[in-house]
Design a protein around this ligand. Structure first.
Ligand code: HEC
Length: 149
């Protein structure tokens, strides 16, 4: 291929809608299991993150965590630590790392890895290659968690 057509191909790829989104296998974890770079380049929406947190089919975080900000919700699990004041315990990058793949920080945890598409022993066919949350949903939940002070 000539140099000019290679350049063109690169430009077409870079302008596609998903160019800014980091795929699950390309996420870079630093030595503290933190992910410094946004998965999407688009700031998280805390209000949507709150909905994803509560949604039983998405984050389902309340199944395992207590959260005083959601006192109106009936059931709060106690398998994991309470998330009250979590923004004072973890940085944005650490929270992003924890949500992307909690196993990097807590190797034996039962907390799901929300943005990992492989590494499951026997994924159900309909979930194969899919992440539990989208990259933007991870960013939204991170933004929400940062409001819990
Ligand atoms: C199946 C249960 C389960 C679910 C669902 C779950 N977690 Fe966890 N989470 C845990 C456990 C257990 C820990 C403690 C780490 C360990 O395993 O030692 C934890 C730890 C954490 C921590 C660190 C808290 C601290 O104080 O150290 C954060 C933050 C967190 N989870 C956020 C979330 C969010 C946000 C969601 C939803 C998107 C979620 N978790 C869903 C079980 C769960």
């Amino acid at each position: 291929m000539k140099r000019t057509s290679v350049m063109l191909a690169v430009m077409v790829f870079a302008s596609s809608a998903y160019a800014a989104e980091i795929s699950p296998s390309d996420v870079v974890f630093n030595e503290d299991a933190a992910v410094a770079e946004s998965l999407t380049g688009t700031p998280g929406d805390a209000a949507n993150g709150r909905k994803v947190f509560m949604n039983r089919k998405k984050g389902n975080c309340l199944a395992c965590h207590q959260n005083a900000d959601m006192a109106d919700q009936q059931f709060h699990g106690e398998v994991g630590p309470s998330l009250d004041g979590v923004a004072e315990r973890y940085s944005e990058a650490e929270l992003r790392g924890l949500l992307t793949n909690s196993k990097k920080r807590f190797p034996d945890t039962i907390m799901p890895a929300f943005y990992r598409a492989d590494g499951f022993t026997r994924p159900l066919k309909k979930f194969a290659g899919k992440t539990i949350l989208s990259a933007q949903e991870v960013e939204d939940v991170v933004a929400y968690l940062l409001t819990l002070k």
